[in-house]
Design a protein around this ligand. Structure first.
Ligand code: TYM
Length: 329
């Protein structure tokens, strides 16, 4: 029997992925390869919805691709590709945009947040239609499951609504996908501001996979923790401490009570050092080295990209052909 399909995407908008991306999404991408037919995309079309530099974008796309291989995505099991190399994404996005209400798109909180920060005049129409392109990414591959962090839940709801709307009008065309969100690691917090999610826009509180180990240790050692002394998992009253404990749990898979018991009579400083060392040993060192070594062979990377795009396009073209027929093209 055919395996169920998965699609997910990541933007090449920083010089490196961060550990929020890893725990929230990429780790699930790796494990799902065993049970699903997986499509993973470096979404460079999405990356031009905000300010960008073409040369930097190209480099980041390559580095992102290398990082996906480095964390364990295997081209023999999964299809990894760069979104702009598969033209059906932009084509389906256009059709879906004609089925999306203006108000519906305007209610997306990520768009509202980003326009608030950047100012309405400077926000592009592409930023407004971003979630529709994301829906096209998912629906082209008939994905049943979409592994993402918590911040993508609303975009997944829109995708489901669009799929259902199209199916109701034209007969079954798309699989209606489900978000796959792992609760404990769905939102890794900023080390300097545990009221916000970890994000590249706050580099001091963000641990990048390609950071030097010493830089990572410094970021952990200066992490903002909470009042009091007790080391206890309590995300409401102790968000900083709980974030660190959550990172430990994400790596060791131990019960939280067992992790807490290792810190009885210890201080916040011990917790920060322990978490930093664990992240450096288990995540930063292996993934950083592997990425840098892969980046040493750009030709090989670009061959893998082309092969990935060809594999993806076969599936995407099938779906798009069906959609075009249904709408009367
Ligand atoms: P992007 O590139 O912003 O983030 C990639 C993935 O990382 C997750 N993530 C986090 N998870 C936990 N804690 C954090 N602090 C954290 N920060 C980021 C995100 O939830 C995401 O899963 N819109 C998507 C890209 C996209 C996509 C798609 C995703 C385009 N098309 C189709 C799924 C399916 C995004 O912003 O990713």
């Amino acid at each position: 029997m055919a395996k169920p399909s998965v699609l997910s995407g990541i933007q090449p908008t920083a010089d490196s992925f961060h550990i929020g991306n890893y725990f929230g999404a990429l780790r699930q991408w790796v494990s799902m390869q065993e049970t699903h037919d997986c499509f993973y995309s470096v979404v460079d079309l999405h990356a031009i919805t905000s300010e960008f530099d073409p040369k930097v974008l190209k480099k980041r796309t390559l580095t992102s691709f290398a990082q996906l291989l480095a964390v364990g995505i295997d081209t023999n099991k999964s299809t990894i590709f760069v979104q702009s190399q598969v033209p059906q994404h932009a084509q389906l996005a256009w059709v879906l945009s004609c089925f999306t209400g203006f108000g519906e798109a305007g209610r997306m909180t990520q768009f509202k947040d980003k326009t608030q920060k950047g100012g309405q005049e400077r926000s592009s129409v592409g930023l407004f239609t971003y979630p529709i392109l994301q829906a096209a990414d998912i629906l082209l591959y008939q994905a049943q499951s979409v592994p993402v962090g918590e911040d993508q839940r609303q975009h997944l709801e829109l995708t489901r609504d669009l799929a259902t709307r199209f199916n109701n009008q034209f007969g079954k065309t798309f699989i209606v996908p489900e978000a796959f969100i792992v609760k404990e690691s769905a939102k890794i917090l900023d080390l300097q501001d545990p009221s916000a999610k970890m994000s590249k826009s706050s580099p001091q509180g963000c641990v990048f996979i390609l950071d030097e180990p010493e830089v990572v240790m410094k970021k952990f050692k200066t992490a903002l923790t909470d009042s009091g002394k007790e080391i206890k998992y309590d995300p409401v009253n102790k968000p900083g401490v709980s974030n660190l404990l959550g990172i430990i749990k994400a790596i060791t898979s131990e019960e939280m009570s067992l992790i807490e018991s290792q810190f009885v009579n210890k201080g916040y400083g011990d917790l920060k050092t322990y978490t930093g060392e664990l992240v450096v040993e288990k995540i930063i060192k292996p993934f950083r080295e592997k990425t840098l070594s892969l980046l040493g062979n750009e030709k090989e990377l670009s061959t893998l990209m082309t092969q990935g795009a060809q594999k993806a396009e076969k599936v995407a073209a099938n779906t798009l052909r069906n959609v075009y027929e249904k709408v009367g093209f």
